[in-house]
Write a protein of this length. Structure first.
Length: 118
């Protein structure tokens, strides 16, 4: 069964960096666009970035532009998070679908926790 699994979350001080990974054990991600979503405590989940499955075009929300970078290979997608701020704390989910432009993503991971604190 195609199931996304995130890893790489943890505790970091403001200004620090983390790398999140997203994979589907036993499967490749070739056919899917991959999005990363952030849910801060008490807030709705929002998309922060996406990478297409065709030409690897990346998309970023304004709040993370210049600080976060996505990349991917055949079986893993990555989110490099630099210059982290306390507002970046929360649960990060990866999701997969046929396109970054669709209204919803079909497949979701369970999320990985990111804590940003001094």
């Amino acid at each position: 069964q195609f199931q996304l699994v995130e890893s790489g979350g943890g505790f970091v001080q403001p200004g620090g960096s983390l790398r999140l990974s997203c994979a589907a054990p036993g499967y490749t991600l070739d056919y899917y666009a991959i999005g990363w979503f952030h849910q801060a405590p008490g807030k709705e989940r929002e998309r922060v970035s996406c990478i297409s499955n065709r030409d690897f075009t990346t998309y970023y929300e304004d709040s993370v532009k210049g600080r976060f970078t996505m990349s991917r290979d055949v079986d893993t997608a990555y989110l490099y998070m630099n210059s982290l701020k306390p507002d970046d704390a929360g649960v990060y989910y990866c999701a997969a679908d046929s396109s970054c432009s669709g209204p919803q993503f079909r497949y979701w991971g369970q999320g990985t926790q990111v804590t940003v604190s001094a």
